[in-house]
Design a protein around this ligand. Structure first.
Ligand code: FE2
Length: 355
């Protein structure tokens, strides 16, 4: 039997005590974590809780942009998500505040005009850089992460908004969202965190998309699309193609062919069931000149057949979404041009209907 000197015994005793304390602390931490999860999910929002927000992309500084900003100012929305491609003004690196001033001149000073990068704000662009725009139109919603690039915020406990920059390089960092890379993990954890906290709706925004009939190719990774769909993100918001298009509700997607089995709800009645799959809205109609819709694109069948674009009832505007604990409605708000309209809702089984 080995004998320990007295000071050794004391050391062992202290170490044992420290280990037990650590184990005890771990139990306390685990209990606290579980309790916080339980508390969050055990405190559902009242049925009356609701808010509206707006979103679109591809802004510029045209007459249509002015019309959209004026419409936004009276839209009754709590905030706007600018889904990339902001000023388009050549030679404006270092002068991003000109466009910020233009935007701010149309909106209340307290209105949150939340930014996300587009390809026109990436590294190397001569039309402005996102981190400069972020200084003159700063976050007003307590965003966590890198505002303008990769960030999230929760709103009224009803929805988590996660904004990402796939296929863009910003401040020397490439945002690829390939399975297992740090950005992919960050996104995955933010989605899981929202579910664990009992937040009813998860909404992800990204400038670039894969599925579209507006002419832009699929430029984001299939890993990213698969992640969003596998985790049943309720609503995915894109811009980039200067058109409006709303998808069917999907449980999978292929960039090159239409897979009928991926469609869980064709959306033809403008109603979807919450949790059944993912709905994608591409809206790049805020102000920049529009693109053509190509109905011959093999991806066309992923969409509900209600489009606007340069060759199809060209209409400018943005989306207004209204969120309750059990329902998310989307409505195209026209600001200029044609007569296009669209409206849809995603409802949970326990949605009480109109109230
Ligand atoms: Fe654009």
């Amino acid at each position: 039997m080995r004998h320990f000197p007295a000071h050794d015994f004391q050391l062992r005793t202290n170490l044992t005590g420290a280990r037990e304390s650590a184990v005890c602390l771990k139990h306390v931490a685990a209990a606290w974590f579980l309790l916080s999860l339980f508390s969050a999910s055990a405190l559902p929002q009242p049925r009356s809780a609701t808010f509206s927000f707006a979103a679109a992309g591809d802004h510029a500084q045209t007459d249509a942009t002015v019309a959209s900003l004026n419409k936004l100012a009276t839209s009754g929305t709590a905030f706007y998500l600018a889904l990339g491609d902001l000023s388009y003004a050549r030679g404006s690196v270092g002068k991003e505040s000109d466009w910020c001033d233009f935007v701010k001149s149309k909106l209340a000073s307290t209105y949150p005009f939340e930014l996300l990068a587009g390809n026109h704000e990436r590294d190397g662009s001569r039309q402005g850089r996102i981190l400069n725009f972020a200084k003159c139109l700063p976050d007003k919603l307590n965003a966590k992460g890198l505002y303008g690039v990769e960030y999230y915020f929760d709103y009224l406990g009803l929805a988590r908004f996660i904004l990402i920059s796939p296929d863009l390089k910003i401040a020397g960092v490439s945002y690829d969202y390939l399975a297992g890379d740090p950005h992919y993990k960050w996104l995955s954890n933010r989605i899981d965190g929202a579910r664990a906290a009992g937040i009813p709706w998860v909404i992800v925004g990204a400038h670039k998309m894969c599925l579209s009939v507006g002419g832009e190719p699929c430029e984001i990774s299939s890993d990213l699309i698969d992640l969003l769909i596998e985790k049943k993100v309720d609503l995915v918001l894109h811009a980039h193609d200067h058109v409006y298009e709303r998808s069917k509700q999907l449980t999978c997607a292929s960039a090159h062919v239409f897979v009928a089995d991926c469609v869980v709800d064709d959306g033809s009645d403008n109603e979807y069931a919450k949790g059944a799959g993912t709905v994608i809205v591409v809206d790049g109609t805020f102000g920049r000149a529009q693109d053509d819709i190509n109905l011959g694109d093999p991806q066309a069948d992923y969409f509900v057949g209600n489009f606007t674009g340069r060759n199809m009832n060209l209409t400018y505007g943005f989306m207004r979404y209204t969120v309750t604990p059990t329902r998310l409605t989307g409505q195209f708000v026209r600001s200029a041009g044609g007569t296009f309209s669209d409206e849809f809702k995603i409802s949970a089984p326990d949605d009480p209907g109109d109230y």
